[in-house]
Design a protein around this ligand. Sequence first.
Ligand SMILES: Cc1cc2nc3c(=O)[nH]c(=O)nc-3n(C[C@H](O)[C@H](O)[C@H](O)COP(=O)(O)OP(=O)(O)OC[C@H]3O[C@@H](n4cnc5c(N)ncnc54)[C@H](O)[C@@H]3O)c2cc1C
Ligand SMILES: NC(=O)c1ccc[n+]([C@@H]2O[C@H](COP(=O)([O-])OP(=O)(O)OC[C@H]3O[C@@H](n4cnc5c(N)ncnc54)[C@H](OP(=O)(O)O)[C@@H]3O)[C@@H](O)[C@H]2O)c1
Length: 374
Amino acid sequence: MAESPTPQTAFGRHTPFAARLLENRRLNQRGSTKDTRHIVIELGSAGPTYTCGDALGVVPRNPEPLVSEFIATLGLQNDAALHETIATSAVLNRVRKNFVRAVAEKAVGPAQQRFQDICADDKKFDHYIFDRDVIDVLRDAPGVHFEPADIPGLLNTIAPRLYSIASSPDHRPGEAHLTVALVQYTSHGRRKQGLASGYLADLADQSSVPVYVQPTRHFHLPPPDRDMIMVGPGTGVAPFRAFLQHRAIHGHSGRNWLLFGDQHAKTDFLYGEEFLAAQKSRLLHKLSTAFSRDQADKIYVQHRMEEEGAELYRWLDEGAFFYVCGDAKRMAKDVHASLVTIVAKHGGKSPGQADEWVSEALMKHEKRYLRDVY
Ligand SMILES: Cc1cc2nc3c(=O)[nH]c(=O)nc-3n(C[C@H](O)[C@H](O)[C@H](O)COP(=O)(O)OP(=O)(O)OC[C@H]3O[C@@H](n4cnc5c(N)ncnc54)[C@H](O)[C@@H]3O)c2cc1C
Ligand SMILES: NC(=O)c1ccc[n+]([C@@H]2O[C@H](COP(=O)([O-])OP(=O)(O)OC[C@H]3O[C@@H](n4cnc5c(N)ncnc54)[C@H](OP(=O)(O)O)[C@@H]3O)[C@@H](O)[C@H]2O)c1
């Protein structure tokens, strides 16, 4: 049976459910440059419910050491109420121009001139704030002091982040699984983490996690007897793990084709064992992988699509649904272009006709080209 949409619940970004973290496991093997986590959240019977294709909203907080360092750098008393307010409300890992301008006004000595130069030149200003956090800025202006009441106006307010749910609600009822790529980098001599991915990656088992379900408007499973092609490199694979679990549990008869890509086969084949087992059991009728850095030239999912263009077009022509999830900036655009190329080549269409068929027929009218990209 096709799933019905998730009903709206009392839980939302301002009224999250206090869930529990059951598992936090690295999916990449030793030697990988990436750190992608399998996160299991317990929603239980009191928490929000979801359907495949939905996302989980996570309300993050700042890491405790960063909050303490911020308070100490400002020369403030680290009392519990101030600590909690800053931990839960102010973005510390990025700065906005208002904050830098306020620091500039209070800077003294050589820092004063330097900050005036930065603030007066848009390019320099953009460059300055690109990879600095609040501590980097305050270290550039020793002795600058703000009152606690000034802080909310100077820093961005923490907003929740969404993560595609990587499990079927019927797989382990009461749980939601996530696939989270940890954002991490070093700049100005200090290690930085993404606010929410860092928060999740640092969580210990049994910690409380504020969450809510963000229902998808369009990214649903196809009818049970229809074929589906799923293009999900990197963390884009998350909803497809859920789709496959659901189809297995409910015995959907449609065929399933997964195209997955990441850097290295040895270290970055996320859920590789599960997908290979699904291929063996014929839940997955086709599994195409593109490991981009296992050879001199980059191989991406769209290259695998084009290599298997004749078969991909055949599936589409027979009514398959085409799903794309993951990076919006480059991947989704390139996959779209390859899809048009394939339809032109194997469907005997001109480039214009192919583009129209993909964008108008497949995407708009028949609604069987579905994307969840970020
Ligand atoms: C519908 C939807 C579904 C999603 N599903 C998933 C999912 O399944 N898995 C997943 O991992 N993510 C997913 N995301 C993305 C996720 O919501 C977050 O955006 C992501 O985890 C980053 O958030 P963060 O708070 O960790 O990082 P932030 O604190 O927001 O920091 C990210 C920012 O850090 C900066 N940055 C990164 N690297 C550098 C660098 N080297 N130098 C300087 N600055 C840098 C960039 O400005 C970047 O925008 C999804 C998003 C949406 C909208
Ligand atoms: N700031 C950074 O430098 C950085 C780095 C990685 C990820 N990210 C971000 O972190 C998040 C999570 O990333 P992720 O783990 O889901 O993986 P990802 O970065 O999307 O990468 C998954 C796979 O897609 C490949 N890829 C890169 N460009 C592509 C394109 N145009 N078309 C098709 N495939 C392409 C990657 O190859 P290659 O990596 O070999 O090109 C990799 O093999 C994303 O939001 C991403 O934008 C940022």
